[in-house]
Design a protein around this ligand. Structure first.
Ligand SMILES: [Zn+2]
Length: 123
């Protein structure tokens, strides 16, 4: 499924989650309906260091598939790390990075290869 947008209430929930986890990083996996990201599965306590992608895989309930992910960068740098680029392809096509201070414009979307992409915000 091609992802074209995220629902605005889903996005604001992600921003709130990032804010409440600060200064820790938060990670969530996203589900989509009709090409619109609208479902959030939070994986508590996970971090995107080198070993984390496999830990996250172990925590995913069997049979669930995801269209993307969202995670925060408490240092405010909205750009994928090497570990992120290793993680992205395993969890769908559209990956949000949310940076400190987590206001409405403090996020960007990336493709599975880590290149920036457009993502519409819809009601
Ligand atoms: Zn990251």
């Amino acid at each position: 499924m091609k992802i074209r947008a995220i629902r605005c209430d889903t996005l604001s929930t992600l921003l709130e989650m990032a804010k409440s986890q600060h200064p820790l990083e938060f990670v969530a996996l996203l589900e989509a309906e009709d090409g619109i990201l609208s479902g959030i599965t939070l994986l508590p306590g996970t971090r995107l260091d080198e070993s984390s992608a496999s830990i996250i895989t172990d925590m995913i309930p069997l049979g669930m598939t995801f269209s993307g992910s969202a995670h925060s960068h408490p240092n405010g740098v909205i750009y994928p790390s090497d570990a992120d680029i290793g993680f992205f392809p395993r969890f769908g096509d559209c990956h949000l990075i949310i940076g400190y201070p987590y206001e409405s414009g403090d996020w960007l979307a990336f493709s599975r290869d880590g290149s920036p992409r457009d993502l519409e915000v819809v009601e």
